[in-house]
Design a protein around this ligand. Structure first.
Ligand code: SF4
Length: 219
């Protein structure tokens, strides 16, 4: 089993991609190529982004237990690194044990391919949000960037925290909140922006004299 992965970034606390306070793990590399993707910086399989999966697990273990309700895994496209994803999820499952720490995974792959090639995900994740982002169906739906995307629940914990009948009322408000982080000259956002949010953010920054040379949605 592989011991390394290509990692875009880690972040804690994440408060807008699932239940409660979360750790975010973003894979580097994507071959889905959705038109209108806001994270084109995560597309290249950059070998300089290689890191030990054990380091990611060690990082999770450093997070305060009373500020960790779940883990959101996104990208990039996590299933583009299937061995690394399996190794990481295996480690997370062993580490969380019986604790109520849910795992929510984003994939841009469609249900047919996920069921055919990645059925094993159901053993490791509580919630799977799938299907490619479609620019012409982008709207304010809960936990998703576009209306075609599907939320599927694989566990009792997932069903308890993400009741599909009230998904919009419970998680829709998260779409109005983006966190902004700055790291060595790179400004990045955590959350799923509403249509137009990032362009508006760039305009507001320009008004305050903050120049952006490149953006992840226009690269
Ligand atoms: S939205 Fe996700 S799956 Fe689609 S191109 Fe962007 S990173 Fe890849």
């Amino acid at each position: 089993m592989t011991e390394t992965m290509l990692l875009s970034r880690l972040h804690h606390p994440v408060r807008n991609l699932g239940f409660g306070v979360r750790a975010g793990i973003w894979f580097q590399g994507c071959t889905v190529y959705c038109r209108g993707c806001i994270a084109r910086d995560t597309w290249p399989f950059d070998p300089d982004r290689a890191c030990a999966i054990s380091d990611v697990l060690d990082w999770l273990a450093t997070l305060p237990a009373d500020q960790l309700d779940g883990i959101t895994v996104s990208g990039g496209e996590p299933t583009d690194q299937p061995e690394a994803l399996a190794a990481m999820l295996t480690g997370i499952r062993a580490w969380r044990g019986e604790r109520d720490i849910d795992v929510l995974l984003y994939s841009g792959r469609d249900t047919t391919q996920l069921e055919r090639e990645f059925g094993w995900l159901a053993e490791f994740v509580d919630v799977l949000v799938s299907e490619p982002f479609l620019l012409d169906r982008a709207d304010e739906c809960a936990l998703r960037g576009s209306r075609n995307q599907i939320v599927r629940i694989f566990s009792e914990l997932g069903a308890r925290r993400y009741p599909l009948v009230s998904l919009e009322s419970e998680y829709g408000p998260q779409r109005k909140h983006l966190s902004v982080a700055v790291d060595r000259g790179v400004i990045w956002t955590v959350g799923i922006p509403l249509p137009g949010d990032l362009a508006a953010l760039r305009t507001r920054m320009a008004e305050r004299g903050i120049e952006t040379k490149r953006t992840s949605w226009l690269m």
